[in-house]
Design a protein around this ligand. Structure first.
Ligand code: URA
Length: 205
């Protein structure tokens, strides 16, 4: 725990190495690799997404595909330095259905979320952030153990099983799926506003 708090990866590195061989649910069978979280071991905020997508599965890093790029841009605009945060997912293997050569994202189920919760617990316990940010319903479920309504609770703070405050917002990929340009812009602004709130809840420095 101390090594992690000192900024050395320490036990977090061990957890990452152990997660590489995870067989807690069946998702490892079709995915390329475990995509563990990455970022500062002393991070004051941990962002939690749903699961790696196609790009993340190939690169082995969270939030590096289209949703990740949008997320990075908004964080930058908001003045949040991603390198000082920790970014991870509720489920650490890509779940998909094959359609020809394409791999189509498939939502993780409650059992898969529960099986993977062990790793998220390790990450939170070792990092001890001031705040976790649940990006969407799967993250909310993983962090709280409850199927809470994101739209109703958006912008509020609940508690994770470890007692970490959890700020609830939508997943950045939901912004990419809005067909109407104006509506997409409005949704993006609202998400940016959520990130500005998160910034005020982060430790300084
Ligand atoms: N969506 C997620 O929830 N996580 C990623 O890493 C990428 C896309």
């Amino acid at each position: 725990m101390d090594a992690a708090k000192e900024g050395k990866l320490g036990p977090l590195k061990t957890a990452r190495e152990e997660a590489a061989d995870c067989t807690r649910c069946d998702l490892y069978k079709n995915a390329t690799q475990t995509v563990f979280g990455e970022g500062g071991a002393k991070a004051s905020v941990v962002f939690v997404g749903e699961q790696p997508g196609d790009r993340e599965d190939i690169e082995g890093r969270p939030f590096v595909g289209p949703a990740g790029r949008l997320f990075d841009t908004i964080l930058e605009e908001t003045g949040i330095d991603r390198k000082k945060t920790y970014v991870t997912n509720a489920v650490k293997h890509f779940k998909f259905q094959s359609r020809g050569k394409r791999r189509i994202h498939s939502k993780p189920n409650a059992g898969e979320i529960r099986a993977c919760r062990w790793w998220l617990g390790q990450e939170l316990t070792m990092i001890q952030p001031d705040l976790a940010v649940a990006l969407g319903a799967t993250a909310v479920r993983a962090l709280t153990g409850k199927a809470l309504a994101v739209n109703t609770l958006r912008g509020s703070v609940v508690e994770s099983a470890e007692g970490v405050p959890v700020f609830i917002t939508v997943h950045p990929s939901s912004l990419l799926r809005i067909p109407d340009r104006e509506a997409r812009h409005t949704a993006r602004e609202r998400f940016a506003e959520d990130m500005r709130k998160v910034k005020t809840m982060m430790r300084k420095g």
